[in-house]
Design a protein around this ligand. Structure first.
Ligand SMILES: [Zn+2]
Length: 394
């Protein structure tokens, strides 16, 4: 599958599998991407793919000089495919072209050197499918020389990829080619051959030939200038878009007028709404005023009640204090009287007893005096109970 060319550098991966590093410098003139862009831009978001024809120059670089976009079998945003027969058709045209100039070894042979495809408005990179296609194309070569060119005709970007393992590493097409006469003739021969193919198979089969920097020489030989045609198609496209744009603007203007009417209607509705809101607001205001009055009335009533209550509480407290004072005074008075009564009882009782005993003793009745004293002592509790008869009550 892979080539055995000594120009390929081999390195061992950690898994021990051999991989290749493609270190060939690549030259893609800007005319190729310019022409590809002009042709593919009117197709919008549909991808398109084609082949690039080139040679290896004396410094060992891959040079892409010309190419073509054949009819697409499948074209979607994100995928494109053309028939594999175009490889064979190219190979046939190449073998014819390489006979031009005889077997002059100084003139490099033409070859299919690359693949060009578009990425409309998705930018420049190699997708998973692109990497697979790129690797497959490299595997078809004898020396691993193959280039991938990606063009974004809508963002006006392009990328030249040399290594399928580096899907985000690319350079831009640049400059122009200075081809020696013999080599130029081989390229012009290839282009003429492709014009033949187109004559036989129809413009639909081969819609665009990329003459690159050989455009003027190619058309000078009486061939159709695809680029100019494309350019006019593009111009027509622009005119069409301009008309559509004008229509859009006039539609927008119309819808603006409608909007203005709508705005007026909305204004009326808003005024109605505002006046109804105002009415409701006024009513609410009145209601609120009523409620506020009621509340303040209630407040004043509560205040009055509070005052009355506090007065009542005060009077009650005063009355209670006075009652307590009176009770205290009465208790004190009672206590005092009880004390006085007790004292007078003890005093008078005692005095009476002493007089009685003295009287008995003065008559010599010692025994009686003793009896009175012991009787007194014996009846002590009775005497005390007799307090009640003296009016000492609680
Ligand atoms: Zn792609």
């Amino acid at each position: 599958m892979m080539s055995k060319s000594s120009k390929l550098k081999h390195k061992k991966t950690r898994k021990g599998r051999k991989t290749h590093e493609f270190l060939f410098d690549t030259i893609v003139p800007s005319s190729i991407v310019e022409q590809a862009k002009a042709f593919t831009a009117p197709r919008g978001r549909l991808e398109m793919g084609g082949l690039l024809i080139g040679h290896v120059d004396e410094e060992g670089r891959n040079v892409c000089a010309i190419g073509f976009f054949p009819e697409q079998i499948e074209a979607t945003p994100g995928y494109c495919e053309f028939d594999g027969k175009w490889m064979a058709i190219s190979a046939n045209a190449i073998s014819h072209a390489n006979k031009v100039g005889g077997d002059d070894k100084k003139i490099p042979n033409l070859r299919v050197i690359g693949w060009i495809h578009t990425h409309p408005d998705i930018g420049i990179f190699l997708s998973g499918i692109d990497v697979k296609t790129f690797k497959q194309n490299i595997s078809y070569t004898k020396d691993g020389r193959f280039v991938a060119v990606v063009v974004d005709p809508l963002r006006e970007e392009n990328g030249v990829f040399q290594d399928p393992n580096k899907p985000n590493k690319f350079s831009a097409a640049t400059g122009s080619l200075k081809l020696p006469e013999g080599l130029k003739e081989r390229y012009l021969s290839f282009l003429a051959n492709m014009e033949d193919v187109r004559n036989k198979q129809g413009k639909g089969a081969l819609p665009f030939i990329i003459p690159g920097d050989l455009r003027s020489e190619h058309t000078a030989r009486g061939f159709n200038d695809d680029y100019t045609e494309t350019y006019f198609l593009g111009f027509h496209q622009i005119k069409k878009e301009f008309h559509q744009f004008q229509e859009r603007i006039s539609k927008m203007a119309m819808s603006n007028i409608e909007n203005n009417n709508d705005i007026r209607n909305v204004g009326k509705q808003q005024k109605n709404f505002e006046s109804s809101v105002n009415d409701k607001f006024q009513y609410l205001n009145e209601e609120v005023q009523k409620i506020t009055n009621d509340i303040s009335l209630l407040y004043s009533m509560v205040e009055k009640l509070k005052e009355e209550n506090s007065l009542a509480l005060k009077q009650h407290a005063e009355a209670t204090a006075a009652a307590a004072k009176a009770a205290e005074a009465a208790r004190f008075k009672r206590g005092q009287r009880a004390q006085e009564t007790q004292q007078s009882f003890i005093y008078w009782g005692g005095l009476n007893l002493i007089n009685q005993i003295n009287h008995l003793l003065s008559q010599g009745l010692v025994h009686d005096a003793q009896k009175v004293l012991s009787s007194f002592l014996f009846h002590m509790p009775e005497n005390q109970r007799g307090d009640k008869q003296l009016g000492v009550t609680e």
